[in-house]
Write a protein of this length. Structure first.
Length: 99
C-alpha cells in the first residue's frame, strides 16, 4: 500500500512547522494514539542511551526492548541519514563516538 508522494511531503512540512515543545506535544496528542506516543518516546530514549555508548543489552533491559530492535537502533544511529546525531547535537545530548 502506497500513498501519493505529496502526502509524505505534507506530513514533513507539518513536522517542520512545529515551533516549540508545547506545539509538538499538542500535535502529537492530536495526531497519534497514546500508544504511538509511548512508542516514539521510548524509541528516542533508546537512541539517547545508545548515543551515550550504553551497551545494547543494558538498554534492552532498561527499556524492555528486544535486542533486535536495539540492534536496529544502533545501526540507524551509526549508518542512517544522520538525523539522530543532528538532533542529539541540537539538543545538547551526549554522543559517544560511533563508526
Amino acid at each position: 500500500m502506497s500513498l501519493p508522494k505529496t502526502y509524505y511531503s505534507d506530513f514533513y512540512q507539518l513536522l517542520a512547522a512545529i515551533r516549540n515543545t508545547t506545539e509538538a506535544r499538542d500535535l502529537a496528542q492530536d495526531l497519534f494514539t497514546p500508544n504511538e506516543i509511548y512508542t516514539f518516546a521510548k524509541r528516542w530514549q533508546e537512541i539517547q542511551y545508545l548515543a551515550k555508548g550504553a551497551p545494547q543489552r543494558d538498554v534492552s533491559a532498561m527499556l524492555d526492548i528486544s535486542i533486535s530492535k536495539i540492534t536496529r537502533g544502533s545501526r540507524v544511529l551509526s549508518h542512517g541519514t544522520g538525523a539522530f546525531k543532528t538532533f542529539l547535537k541540537r539538543l545538547n545530548k551526549p554522543i559517544h563516538d560511533h563508526p
